[in-house]
Design a protein around this ligand. Structure first.
Ligand code: GBH
Length: 433
């Protein structure tokens, strides 16, 4: 492949989230989150793994900041743990929690790395779950209060509201494989509405109180394709697209829900809600891992198997297709890629190197596909690999490693994998080889 050039102002970065890396779940006044509860419930997470020790980032953040600088990152996307800021989900902020994120943001700025802050990456305060969680409208109102506390404490431009509302809806409320572990589609749709409302309320607040800043949602988008070239499969893929993508894109960009997703009982959807949800956004954060191939029976068909995560297919064209489609159907907003990556089971070899060639190949293919979309006019301003370092992969515990930096969860030693060295060179030259 000839080298592909990226614009010199292109923003290269890496992503993490609080519960997955911080550890220290009982320190400095942090309250209990629904993931602490879920992980402690027997049978929910592989090997009974919990967010402790994580990558012990709460204590090692200074070392991790130096690592980011060595890799040449220009942006770092992380999340704030709501239970560190409001241990019970409402009321006066916990100073020590705010101080941690202030130190982190200062450390980034000192090193010339742009912070991108996610307000909610799934670690809901348990006290709010006890009061109904996302099925309760009040959680959306509490989220806006929490957002305003964080907006006021961190002086930084770019903000993301909710990470992957679809995963909360689908894994947390439909399948029950994530916290809070509910398996009921009707309840999932209520939670979905309140997640979107929370996004809209926080976005509106930022616009009213902090002009000059930018905000948007972080959506995991999955292009859907017919598994076979038949009418039944094409229809099934179309139906699947509604559930995967349009349930989130349509209300946010157009102010309405796809007809097929409106439940019989709509009492939770109030007059004016969709105007809040469709508050204009300043950027759309796109997370892409895998397409979905759909069989005539609406069941998923896996076509391009990857070694570790069964749900994740290596299909770069899907990235190109979803980017061009989003830009065509939901135009006029800059796109930032906030997650893309692969799980592998790499360990350091005798020479200390971590040879993760599958990850390099996945990333290379996906960046080439993104480049193709940019050439076709899609305004992608930056890219963040998932993840900066190995971490707690939710229900998979520590078994799946998505990092470009290896973490030994016993010693907490960090070792940049071959993919990290490759990424550093890409950032330095702006050329994809
Ligand atoms: C993202 O989720 C998350 O934002 C991030 O925290 C996570 O670490 C990363 O991607 C890698 O997974 O679908 O039933 O097979 C992506 C959505 C949801 C996909 C859980 C994998 C596994 C359960 N993920 N899903 S299932």
């Amino acid at each position: 492949m000839n080298a592909l050039r990226f614009p010199s102002e292109f923003v290269w970065g890496a992503s993490t989230s609080a519960y997955q890396i911080e550890g220290a779940t009982k320190e400095d006044g942090r309250g209990v989150s629904i993931w602490d509860t879920f992980a402690a419930t027997p049978g929910k997470v592989r090997n009974g793994d919990t967010g402790d020790p994580g990558a012990d980032h709460y204590h090692r953040y200074a070392q991790d900041l130096d690592l980011m600088r060595e890799l040449g990152l220009r942006s770092y996307r992380f999340s704030v743990a709501w239970p560190r800021i409001q241990p019970n989900g409402s009321g006066k902020p916990n100073q020590k929690g705010l101080d941690f994120y202030r130190r982190l943001v200062d450390g980034l700025v000192d090193r010339g790395i742009r912070p991108m802050v996610t307000l909610f990456h799934w670690d809901l305060p348990q006290a709010l779950q006890d009061a109904g969680g996302w099925e309760s409208r009040d959680t959306a109102l509490r989220f806006a209060e929490y957002a305003e506390i964080v907006f006021g404490a961190l002086h930084t431009r770019d903000w993301l509201t909710i990470n992957e509302p679809k995963t909360v809806v689908d894994c947390g409320y439909r399948q029950g494989v994530h916290a809070p572990g509910i398996a009921d589609w009707d309840r999932a749709l209520v939670a979905c509405h309140h997640l979107l409302l929370a996004h809209g309320l926080a976005s509106r607040l930022l616009h009213e109180r902090h002009p000059g800043r930018r905000i948007g949602p972080a959506l995991n988008l999955h292009p859907t394709y017919p598994a076979e070239d038949t009418q039944a499969c094409r229809d099934a893929a179309e139906r699947q697209d509604v559930i995967e993508n349009r349930l989130y894109l349509d209300p946010i960009f157009k102010g309405y829900y796809p007809e097929e997703t409106l439940p019989a009982d709509r009492s939770h959807i109030r007059e004016g809600d969709l105007a809040v949800i469709s508050e204009p956004i300043d950027l759309l954060a796109v997370q892409y891992y895998t397409p979905v191939f759909v069989g005539p029976d609406q069941l998923r068909v896996i076509k391009h198997t990857t070694r570790q995560a069964g749900w994740l297919e290596d299909y770069p064209d899907g990235f190109h297709d979803i980017l061009t489609r989003v830009h065509r159907d939901y135009p006029a907003v800059p796109l930032v890629i906030t997650e893309n990556g692969l799980a592998t089971d790499d360990e350091p070899g005798p020479d200390g190197r971590v040879a993760d060639e599958d990850r390099v190949s996945y990333l290379r293919g996906h960046l080439a596909a993104m480049h193709r979309a940019m050439k076709a006019g899609v305004p992608v301003e930056g890219y963040h690999v998932w993840s900066l370092m190995d971490n707690y992969e939710w229900a998979e515990g520590y078994a799946q490693r998505f990092g470009i930096v290896h973490v030994d969860f016993e010693s907490q030693k960090r070792t940049p994998k071959d993919s990290a060295i490759w990424y550093r060179d890409l950032i330095r030259t702006g050329e994809l080889h």
